[in-house]
Design a protein around this ligand. Structure first.
Ligand SMILES: CC(C)(COP(=O)(O)OP(=O)(O)OC[C@H]1O[C@@H](n2cnc3c(N)ncnc32)[C@H](O)[C@@H]1OP(=O)(O)O)[C@@H](O)C(=O)NCCC(=O)NCCS
Length: 165
């Protein structure tokens, strides 16, 4: 049975757990503690780079997180990871679902202020089928690829896009 999942905005106190989850997930993007501190500090409308940082888990323990930024009129999912022992329980899906709801709402606010945002994009290793199926489940479609984009090991990136319209 799938556990009851709680999703909420991350707070600075979540950073040690976020780093723990990220470090054990080879396929995740890897950021420093300072990067996460900056990402949380920019989780407001006045910051130069706007971000949404979410954590998901049971009430007792954070099991996964998602980081996205608003860049050049589009949202980019920069990182999403779920701890190995809690995969296939729906945490990743709840994170993406909540992010899409929040980004659509904040996009409406941006549109009211004159800017436009119509889509979410992301890059993923070609071989990362778990992540690709997750994004496809929410309607992300392939928008292109970048040859040998990743290192260690070298691999192409597949570009996915989700359109709000
Ligand atoms: C990708 C990741 C975040 C998915 O998280 P998760 O909590 O296991 O995903 P969920 O249980 O919510 O699964 C949602 C959907 O994703 C897809 N999916 C997830 N894991 C999958 C797998 N191993 N194989 C195939 N599809 C998978 C399925 O469509 C699934 O829906 P279903 O359960 O109805 O079949 C997780 O595997 C992970 O942390 N991977 C390492 C980090 C990473 O690759 N991040 C992405 C970088 S771009």
């Amino acid at each position: 049975m799938k556990p009851v999942t709680h999703v909420r905005p991350a707070v600075p106190g979540d950073i040690p757990r976020i780093l723990e989850i990220e470090r054990e997930a080879e396929a995740a993007a890897h950021f420093s503690e300072a990067d996460y501190q900056r990402a949380l500090a920019s989780d407001n409308t006045e910051a130069e780079v706007r971000r949404i940082v979410l954590v998901a888990g049971t009430p007792e323990l954070v099991q996964g997180f998602l980081v996205a930024r608003f860049l050049q009129e589009e949202w980019e999912i920069e990182n999403v990871a779920v701890t190995k022992g809690a995969r296939r329980l729906g945490f990743g899906a709840r994170l993406v679902e909540t992010f899409l709801q929040l980004s659509i709402c904040s996009t409406k606010r941006i549109e009211n202020s004159g800017a436009e945002a119509a889509a979410v994009f992301l890059e993923v290793r070609e071989s990362n089928l778990a992540a690709r199926r997750l994004y496809e489940k929410f309607g992300f479609t392939i928008a292109g690829s970048r040859t040998a984009y990743y290192r260690n090991p070298e691999e192409d990136a597949i570009l996915y896009r989700y359109s709000f319209q």
